[in-house]
Design a protein around this ligand. Sequence first.
Ligand code: SAM
Ligand code: SF4
Length: 338
Amino acid sequence: MDYPANHNTAPISPALTDRFGRQISYLRLSVTDRCDLRCSYCMPKGFSGFEEPENWLRFDEISRVVAAFSRMGVARVRLTGGEPLLRRNLPQLVSQLSDLPGVRDISLSTNATQLHKHARVLRTAGVARINVSLDSLDKACMQTITGRDSYASIMAGLQAGKEAGFDPIKLNMVVMRGVNEHEILRMAQFCFEQGFILRLIEAMPMGSTGRNSQFLEISAVRDELVEHFQLIPAATEMGGGPARYWSTADGKSSIGFISPISQHFCASCNRVRLSVDGTLYMCLGQDEKFELRPLLRAGISDRDLESAIRMAIELKPERHEFIEQPNKIIRFMSQTGG
Ligand code: SAM
Ligand code: SF4
């Protein structure tokens, strides 16, 4: 995929490569573990075990970490959470990250409930593209899945996102047997009409919520959509992530399929996650992690910060074990930074 050209320069340190020869080029940055929704597969109802504010990385600390990553070739950063739009002054962080040498692409994952308030300023600050979670087009079904009356605000957020000019806008739909599987065709049609890229995602057994999420394998869904819309495998690689894309014959519309469980993509994993408290998580489906906050608050130098990150990357496991050990990961997706 091509990223917008900007004035930023190339990395100045050797690339970050793990023990299995995978180059790390993508950082997912959780700016909060809080959320205004309680999606059934993500965060339990009534959950309140959030990180204390004094443990949140400050914007200057986040910028130092991202700068270190960018010097080692990590050009792409995605802001996520929890719900990232709940972090106060987020556009200010985006501006700081946009100014960093080597950062070429800043994107955002959001539930869009607050997007109507922030879309324009985030776009201006440097967020190029967004992913929005939307599991249903039915108001009552959304209430059931998200635990809140969220539908109208999400629709307003999507409209604001279009008007602000995010490109592309991808819609993430976690497919669940007996919950929203009957809506997949309708969701695809909606995305085609609106110019959004739909991505269908298998639920991962993260925490009790993820384990009880009515797992639905993506291949059956894909076969049905391929037949219905006469889809063909996308000619160009889109997004540089785990989704495998299929397009309509005219190439105007695409659907991405993300199958972390039934067809995992660990061999080409290019990412790590930084949680709001400064913990680097190496894999969604494993416990390997590295705490950066104590080092940052002890005044670590830029050079030693780079070395610490290199040590952390050494811990990255070869693959997840969601199938072999489905009960292993007790943290929720919202805590890691999805
Ligand atoms: N709140 C934002 C949102 O919902 O887009 C960003 C954070 S959310 C944790 C990021 C993504 O993780 C969403 O697309 C959500 O659907 C997905 N997710 C959460 N829990 C999941 C699970 N157990 N399995 C698969 N995807 C999950
Ligand atoms: Fe919140 Fe996103 Fe998790 Fe839903 S998926 S509970 S919107 S963090």
